[in-house]
Design a binder for this molecule. Structure first.
Ligand code: NAI
Length: 279
């Protein structure tokens, strides 16, 4: 089975790594030479870390990387049995890509999207194979996190669902099934919780350290909500809140003004080295 992965950022490279580590041949597609180099470097570094920790040998690493092919041209994905898309979270850009992919790949190829918040059904409609389009939502870091949310769009067929479920088992992930709805399961619960924590901070009720400590010790979370927001990216948290707010039309999903202010100020978290905490 040949796997295509599109997108060479955090998620695309992580997903590609998951598959090559399980012995699948992967074609990783990126928009430019520098982008695919970036994707390769992320995987190379991750594997180096595993060698250092003696989880794999140097020979293992080389054998794993043998499975990885990289390309800039979308046409090179034509032989893939499934393509997992992990590009920028933008509906128009994703639709444009799926339309192109649909023309390039084999008739029975499954097209999966790693979107965190967009409609699978809408993405599927940009193709002539909506029954073979599905959500395959990995979590960050993809090589470590066990969960994959398998999201059924309105038109996704049972056959597609079953195949993707089986594939998740093959790569030692533990999938959950979810019908398309804003935020699916995890983000619908998690992101409003983070927004609420930001509200507590914004209202001056407790310090960031106290909020994070409270949720770690009181709710057993491995990370506090503000630390987590910095890790996910405060811009991503805001984007998901905006999707939930717009789709449900319920003010309980209104993004807190402090979150908006921080994103405007480029305090995005770890990626800008400054968010609720400094890095
Ligand atoms: P990223 O910013 O690290 O990578 C985005 C990738 O999209 C880059 O490789 C970039 O070259 C590519 N790209 C940008 N504009 C493009 C265009 N016009 N056409 C084609 N490719 C383009 O983003 P990340 O975090 O890897 O997210 C990718 C997808 O995964 C998004 O849909 C996001 O919602 C989803 N996701 C992100 C998670 C996270 O924690 N970061 C977790 C689960 C899903």
């Amino acid at each position: 089975m040949k796997i295509g992965v599109i997108g060479t950022g955090t998620m695309g490279s992580g997903i590609a790594q998951v598959f090559i580590e399980k012995g699948y041949e992967v074609i990783l597609n990126g928009i430019s030479e520098s982008e695919i180099k970036n994707g390769f470097n992320i995987i190379d570094k991750n594997l180096d870390r595993k060698v250092k920790k003696e989880k794999i040998t140097l020979e293992d690493k080389e054998a794993i990387l043998e499975k990885l092919n990289i390309c800039v041209e979308i046409d090179e994905l034509k032989e893939c049995d499934i393509v997992v898309e992990a590009i920028v979270e933008n509906m128009e850009v994703k639709k444009e890509l799926f339309k192109k992919l649909d023309e390039v790949v084999k008739e029975d190829t499954i097209l999966a999207t790693n979107t965190s918040s967009l409609s699978i059904t809408e993405i599927a409609l940009s193709t002539k194979r909506p029954d073979k389009v599905i959500g395959m939502h990995f979590f960050n870091p993809a090589p470590v996190m066990k969960l994959v949310e398998i999201i059924e769009g309105v038109a996704s067929s049972q056959e597609t669902v079953d195949k993707v479920h089986e594939l998740c088992n093959q790569i030692s992930k533990d999938p959950v099934m979810v019908k398309e709805a804003p935020g699916f399961i995890v983000n619908r619960i998690l992101v409003p919780m983070i927004n609420e924590a930001i509200g507590i901070l914004g209202d001056g009720i407790a310090t960031k350290e106290e909020i994070d400590k409270a949720m770690k010790l009181g709710a057993g979370h491995p990370m506090g909500p503000l630390e987590l927001s910095d890790l996910i990216g405060n811009d991503v948290v805001l984007f998901i809140m905006e999707v939930l707010h717009k789709e449900f039309g319920d003010d309980k999903y209104r993004p807190h003004t402090l979150l908006k202010k921080m994103v405007r100020g480029n305090l995005l978290g770890r990626k800008t080295k400054n968010g609720f905490y400094k890095y």
